[in-house]
Every structure is written in C-alpha cells, then in structure tokens.
Design a binder for this molecule. Sequence first.
Ligand code: GLU
Length: 321
Amino acid sequence: MLASMNPFQHIDTPENLTQVLALAHAESMPVCTSGSLATYIPALSSANPNALGLALCTDEGQIFQTGQADCRFSMQSISKVFALAYVMAELGEEAVFSRVGKEPTGDPFNSIIRLETSARRKPFNPFINAGAIVISDLMPGTTPADKAAGFQRFVGSLVGRTDVEQDDSVYVSEKASAARNRAIAWFLKELGLISGEVEDTLDTYFRQCATLVDALDLARAGACLALDGVHPLSGKRALPENCAHTVKSLMVTCGLYDGSGEFAVSVGIPAKSGVGGGIMAAVRDRMGIGVYGPALDGHGNSAAGLWALGILSRQLDLRVL
Ligand code: GLU
C-alpha cells in the first residue's frame, strides 16, 4: 500500500525478509534455554520451552514466517492492547482515561502497591493488571462470556480471522489460582473503579487473557497498528486512528513490564509481551511482527523473542525511537 513511499523498500524485499527472519530464528534458538516457563498459572507450564516462532506481516499484507509461528498460545497480557483498543473504540478515550492513567510504573505487572500509595488512586496504566482489570470491567456486554465473545470478535477483526476463541484449560487454571488478581480487583472495587461484580469482572479478564493466537495473528494485528488502524489485508480501517496512536504510545512506555525502558533503548519499537510467551510489535508504516517463545526472562518477557527482535531491529533498521 505505502510501498512506493517507503524508503526501506530496498531492505523489505521478500528475499531479505526471509533471510533475516531465518537468521534471527537460528541465532535466538539457543537463548530459549536461558528462560523459564511461567508456572504461576499452572496450565502455562505445559508449553515447550524450546519453541520459537517468528512472523512478519508487511504493510502490503505479505506474510513471512519461521519456526513455530502457527503454534497457538494464550495472549495473556497482549490482550491488554486489544482490550484497550476495543474499549476506547466503543466508549471513547474519556471513559477509559478517567479511570486509568497513562504513566509507566517501573513495577512488576501484578504489583498492587501504588494503588494505595499514589495520591491519584487509579491504576497507572492499562497494561498493568490493575489497569487491565478496570478495562475488562468497561467492556460492553452482559455476562463475562458475552463480554469475552465481543472482545474475541474484535481480536478477530484485527488478526484477520473469525474463529478466535479462548483456551478453556488456561482460563480455568488462571481462575483457580488468581489470589493476587483477586486482591487487586477487590482493591479496585473499594476505590470505586469497578462497577460490576468483582468475580464477574475477573472472569472477563481471565477469558480475555486465555484468548488463543499464534505469531502470525500477532504479526497481522501489529501491521494494522503500524498502519495506524488500516488493515494490511483488506486496506480498510479496522480501528480508529487515535486508538492506534494511543495503544502504540503505551506499548513504547509500558509494553514490556519493568523491562520497557531497556527494550526501548536496545530495540526501539512499540511492542507488548505476555507471559504466554508472545510479543506483538508494530513498526510504523512498515510491518507488524509476531513472536512466540514461552521461555521467559526475569521480567516475564520471552527471552528468545527479545533476542530475535533485537536482531530484526538491527538487520532491518526497524528502530523508530
Ligand atoms: N493473566 C496474566 C495475569 O494476570 C497476564 C499476565 C501477563 O501476561 O503479564 O497474571
């Protein structure tokens, strides 16, 4: 679509993208062993720690993939990007940001401490669990299943397929082991930031986190963000431009937990990770990138996935920061 205006056209040839993707995969595979699977949600511990899949979707909708790019896994925190975009598109920015801030915390994703100590008494941003649970509460619909179905249809519109569903075993596993998220949600209720029943809001949140995608899906959705909400496959607008801008800005500052600053310096592109091992990245006007590598580093980010994104960024001159 924008190829004639793209100064990186000479790097983004099919041959070069195929070659660089293969290089990134080969050089990142050994890094899998430095990470470990998330175990605090028991169902996530059955993933293959040596899996690594990479996918790219260009501005023209061309797809490149390597490794386990079509292996489905639960989105976990990547769902927070989609949920924010969905609720902003449905209810507008004010409904969201009157309840949640836009600032990074430097704390782990599941930290509760600033809800009490900050004078603002609202979650710092929509990508920490506290902020994401507030967003889940705002989703349109009646029951948690109904809200999640609407959310999954919205995810489908960005990833480019209509059969998006959740992994029930991951959903049940998280629901049964979510003491800390329950503590956060009850705190939010006390602050007046959750209007529904706490268990229902959490149920919606667990369902959105258990939504299944693969690296190819993340590459297509990332490309849609890269094109400010225009879908690379249809050429049609799938998301209002302001929503795409807002989520990408927050991906830069808050997308990789308390590793966001380091990633901005070393890789320099908007991205969002999840403890299921996924990372979605959006490179303005050029491409979306999807990663699957479930062995995580100490911050909860895919260890090999981060390594691969560093290689792709350097080899393809992807840095936008
Ligand atoms: N469902 C996970 C949780 O709430 C998501 C965490 C993540 O991917 O960062 O703990």
